[in-house]
Design a protein around this ligand. Structure first.
Ligand SMILES: [Zn+2]
Length: 245
């Protein structure tokens, strides 16, 4: 049975974790943070074909380190990326981090690229959900708002824009993310882990999406299998295809 981890930093995972992830039948949307990790992500997509859907880009926390020419280097990798049906990410904006104007500029450029090449985007938009969605809509791009803990009223707009949100297992520790799990339309939900990120002492792993599906199903009064299938369907809509296993 297949599961989806719609946002993980695969290139940072240990060999043991990679092995267990794919033995657990997890399709991973593997995000990158800079040019170097984008190369690594594409290599992993080749190595674990078709279980890895690569996303390349520059993380909003990292834009301070680069000038805009770095975006052109990402653009040069798009032809390779297309072989695996991937997209751009982790891109976005974060109000808690410095250089917000530069972040906006990079995000805008990446959205233009995504629109031009018809690529889905994996977005980090901490505390700037509304602005990020507005920009996504302006560019007519399909987006996943990773670890969505934004306002509930925006969920309808996200659905209307045919975009998605991904739920992290750490929702159990976070009131706002928890409410999102309770209230979000099921047809915009994806599961994710942000692995191998450590949150509150817990090292996140891609296979955590399996108990996550079970918990969300319980919370929403659904059959686990029904939710698992719905999430695969959502993933297919987000990507515009689904890996043939
Ligand atoms: Zn991430």
């Amino acid at each position: 049975m297949m599961y989806v981890d719609a946002h993980a930093h695969l290139y940072l995972m240990s060999e043991d974790d990679l092995k267990r992830t794919f033995e657990s039948n997890i399709i991973v949307f593997a995000v990158s943070e800079d040019v170097d990790s984008s190369f690594k992500t594409l290599q992993l997509a080749e190595r674990y074909k078709p279980m890895v859907v690569p996303f390349i880009g520059i993380h909003p926390w990292r834009v301070n380190e680069f000038d805009e020419k770095e975006i052109d280097k990402i653009a040069e990798l798009i032809r390779e990326l297309k072989k695996y049906g991937g997209g751009l990410g982790e891109i976005g904006i974060d109000a808690k981090k410095p250089a917000i104007e530069k972040q906006m500029k990079f995000f805008e450029r990446f959205l233009e690229l995504a629109a031009g090449y018809k690529l889905p985007v994996n977005i980090h938009a901490t505390r700037l959900w509304r602005i990020a969605l507005k920009m996504v809509i302006e560019h007519d791009v399909r987006a996943n708002f990773h670890w969505y803990s934004g306002p509930l009223d925006l969920l309808r707009d996200i659905r209307d824009a045919e975009c998605f949100i991904s739920i992290n297992p750490c929702y159990i520790f976070q009131a706002q993310h928890h409410i999102v799990v309770e209230k979000a339309p099921i047809e915009i939900m994806l599961t994710e882990t942000d692995a191998p990120f450590t949150f509150r002492g817990i090292k996140l792993r891609s296979w955590f999406v399996i108990p996550l599906v079970r918990k969300i199903a319980q919370l929403r009064g659904m059959q686990e299998e029904e939710l698992r299938k719905q999430i695969l369907q959502n993933a297919k809509k987000f990507l515009g295809f689904f890996p043939k296993i």
